[in-house]
Design a protein around this ligand. Structure first.
Ligand code: GLN
Length: 484
């Protein structure tokens, strides 16, 4: 049951072969069996899941059910869920029960899907390994001594182990695509503004974007259909029609122009991952695509630019966690300053503190021009590189991450080594472009993802490209042995 696609599950439900309550119990049981090992979920919402499933079954009886009605899913614990703890994997919000639903949560609930629980993540989405969570690290189902990637590591592990058919993630610098790569999933970060950020706890507001994490491109398309769209409660949400992302999945790739940025295949890329990606590109040539080398000359600026912009924005966004308006409050404060200092000192973990300090410094008077303003200029150069590339090619391909999953603890003492895990994903966020990761094979027994980057609002094309590839390969069907 847990190996079926969303369309297959939908057919079973609509034919009456299974009820949503049965299906929901099946996944809840899988979570109970495996979560102890994986730590993929922070909260399991069994009671409300069963109530939602019963409501879905009523819709089937009344013949008002839609395509996704009754199918279970999970939300990253960064999305506000009314009446349910929304922790962002921080001690700061360990006791925060959101008073409202994020737009993404509302839309998915309106489609009739059933929320199984909230998934683990890096604290406030800062990390690439899911080791900064207050609730402990998530384990990679392909090898539980390794990280699942981050920050959406709980969603990635949960889908990879088939504890849920699909999950939501968010991507500020790679947090949907990098864990998808490390866990053998199909994950898509949409164009900035495609999906509402309302009710999604802000990390770096000009970069954050939510998207689907799934086993295959068709499932990702179905979930994106429901997540996308204009929202007047998010001032950066774009008023633009949402196409049916499943409509063009089968379009031919004949004549598709693929660009391979030479900067993505240089030093730092694991030779084994490179071999996997090169083999994937060959498949696209067989499907009728043409391939040419391109250049994104400012790629080297991406990490330094991001690590000014993202901390600057997070230092501002996280100022609301002060023990007064939001978040953990220390015991017996002496005065207001003591309240702020101890509440924030106790509530935030080390990586979050590091980012707040970097961001506060970069934004301070006297340094603003040298850092933040300069970073904004670099950001423009990075966007311009892409626009120039898209004059010659339709999509850009390369590795999602430089390596496969690394061992837990391997990079925790070296923030810069950790930051480099996103070297191929971060510039897409800086430019606001859509990108996805697609299972492309195994290197040393561990999954490696192919990244596909498109121009603004080209999600349908990315999904089409991924789907055609998945019709001629079966990497995406591989499930770690212990979870079959
Ligand atoms: N790993 C990057 C960071 O630590 C990106 C995280 C994300 O996309 N949320 O900031």
């Amino acid at each position: 049951m847990h190996n079926k696609t969303l369309s297959e599950l939908s057919a079973l439900l609509h034919n009456g072969d299974i009820t949503s309550v049965e299906l929901t119990k099946h996944f809840l049981n899988r979570i109970k069996t495996h979560n102890g090992n994986l730590n993929a979920f922070i909260s399991i919402t069994e009671e409300s899941a069963l109530a939602q499933a019963a409501a879905a079954d009523k819709q089937f009886a009344e013949k008002t059910a839609g395509k996704l009605t009754g199918i279970p899913m999970a939300h990253k614990d960064i999305f506000c869920t009314k009446g349910v703890r929304t922790s962002c994997a921080s001690k700061m919000l360990d006791k925060f029960i959101a008073p409202y639903d994020a737009t993404v949560v509302e839309k998915i609930a309106a489609s009739g899907m059933v929320m199984l629980g909230k998934t683990n993540m890096d604290e406030f989405a800062m990390g690439s390994s899911n080791e900064t969570s207050f609730y402990g690290p998530v384990k990679n189902p392909w090898d539980i001594e390794r990280v699942p990637g981050g920050s959406s590591g709980g969603s990635a592990a949960a889908v990879a182990a088939r504890l849920t058919p699909v999950a939501t993630g968010t991507d500020t610098g790679g947090s949907i695509r990098q864990p998808s790569s490390l866990c053998n999933l199909t994950g898509l970060k949409p164009t900035y503004g495609r999906v509402s950020r309302y009710g999604m706890i802000a990390f770096a507001s000009s970069l954050d974007q939510a998207g689907p994490m799934a086993a295959n491109a068709e499932d990702a398309a179905l979930l994106l259909n429901v997540m996308s769209g204009f929202d007047e409660r998010d001032s950066t949400s774009v008023e633009r029609d949402v196409p049916d992302y499943t409509a063009n999945l089968n379009d031919s790739l004949e004549g598709l122009r693929i660009g391979l940025p030479k900067e993505y295949f240089g030093e730092g890329l694991s030779p084994e991952v490179a071999v996997t990606i090169e083999a994937a590109i060959k498949e696209f040539e067989k499907l009728g695509a043409t391939v040419k080398e391109i250049s994104l000359p400012n790629t080297a600026l991406a990490i330094p630019t991001y690590y000014v912009v993202a901390p600057a924005e997070c230092s501002s966004n996280l100022s609301r966690m002060d023990g007064v308006r939001f978040g953990h409050r220390c015991d017996d404060p002496k005065d207001l300053l003591d309240l702020y200092q101890r509440s924030r000192g106790e509530g935030f973990g080390d990586e979050v503190k590091r980012r707040i300090m970097i961001g506060t410094y970069a934004l301070s008077a006297g340094y603003y021009d040298a850092y933040y303003l300069k970073a904004q200029k670099c950001r423009r150069l990075i966007s311009d590189d892409f626009q120039q590339a898209f004059e010659e090619v339709d999509v850009i391909m390369g590795p999602t991450a430089p390596t496969t999953a690394f061992k837990l603890g391997d990079k925790t003492d070296d923030p810069v080594a950790m930051y480099l895990a996103d070297i191929y994903t971060i510039n897409t966020n800086l430019a606001g472009l859509p990108g996805m990761s697609v299972p492309a094979g195994f290197a040393g027994g561990l999954p490696a993802g192919l990244q596909i980057i498109g121009n603004y609002f080209d999600e349908a094309r990315l999904l089409n490209v991924a789907h055609r590839y998945q019709q001629v390969t079966d990497w995406h069907k591989q499930i770690p042995t212990a979870f079959q």
